[in-house]
Design a binder for this molecule. Structure first.
Ligand code: ADP
Ligand code: ADP
Length: 233
């Protein structure tokens, strides 16, 4: 089953009189359950493409089909709704609420889903157990290590059972040992059938993925199956 299908996506930005072509006719298909890494130098279009795939922005031209829905021309409100239901975001800087407990951070996406408080807390607790933090529910983010914070963020991304996990430099703020722990968790999530899309600058992180797509100057430079993904320890 196709989960992501982009057809000749273009994205242009106007900078005064100048027009910047950030994406030039990008056509990519991702099947349910794939584990994909996007790489490419700064300015190659990774953020622009991730913003479109994550329904934070729409293409200037072309179509984007996410889980059988054409989201290319949706309004802000429709996109927000799709984001909440279909995408689990993981960021380099974790983006957790500092004053809220881990449980409340993870439960937050479920507020938009309209679940009762007890259902939210039960699901959030289970999501924390699934990332190995069942004993940290009452802690605040600043009482945890960087790797634990990223696990909380991953639990939050998963709590809604999204179609895609979209991770932007998920190990960018972590030391190498902790990065490998997070890659181990991604490996586990992939084994359970989750679809993972990750952006990374780091070759050794990208090699955990089963497919590596390189962008350059707004074009797909290469798109290769990784026959021998790094096995998490
Ligand atoms: P990263 O490569 O770490 O994802 P960013 O997405 O923040 O970095 O920026 C990538 C490139 O896009 C940079 O060269 C930056 O100058 C440019 N850029 C990002 N946002 C804007 C903007 N609003 N206006 C102009 N250029 C931008
Ligand atoms: P990357 O994430 O690979 O660094 P980006 O998608 O951020 O690349 O940027 C692709 C191109 O689009 C760059 O030339 C960048 O300067 C430009 N760009 C990105 N965002 C904006 C923006 N908001 N306004 C103008 N130009 C932008």
């Amino acid at each position: 089953t196709k989960i992501i299908e982009t057809h000749e996506i273009n994205k242009t930005y106007k900078m005064g009189a100048e027009i910047i072509q950030a994406l030039k006719s990008i056509s990519i298909t991702v099947e349910k359950g794939e584990y994909v890494a996007f790489m490419g130098p700064s300015g190659s279009g990774k953020s622009t493409l991730m913003n479109i795939i994550g329904c934070l922005d729409t293409p200037t031209a072309g179509t984007y089909i996410l889980n059988n829905k054409d989201v290319s021309d949706m309004t802000e409100n429709e996109l927000a709704d799709i984001r909440n239901r279909e995408i689990g975001f993981v960021f380099q800087t974790f983006n957790l609420l500092p004053r809220a407990s881990c449980l409340d951070n993870v439960a937050l996406p479920l507020v938009y889903a309209g679940l009762s408080k007890s259902d939210r807390e039960e699901r959030a607790h289970q999501a924390l157990v699934n990332v190995g933090l069942g004993d940290r529910t009452k802690h605040r983010p600043n009482e945890l290590s960087g790797g634990q914070r990223q696990r909380v963020a991953i639990a939050r991304a998963l709590v809604n059972d999204p179609s895609i996990i979209l991770a932007d430099e998920p190990t960018g703020n972590l030391d190498s040992k902790t990065s490998y722990d997070i890659m181990e968790l991604f490996h586990e999530l992939h084994s359970k059938g989750n679809t993972i899309i990750m952006v990374t600058h780091e070759d050794d992180i990208a090699h955990y993925a089963h497919r590596i797509i390189r962008l350059r100057d707004g074009l797909v430079e290469s798109d290769v199956h990784n026959p021998n993904p790094t096995r998490a320890a």
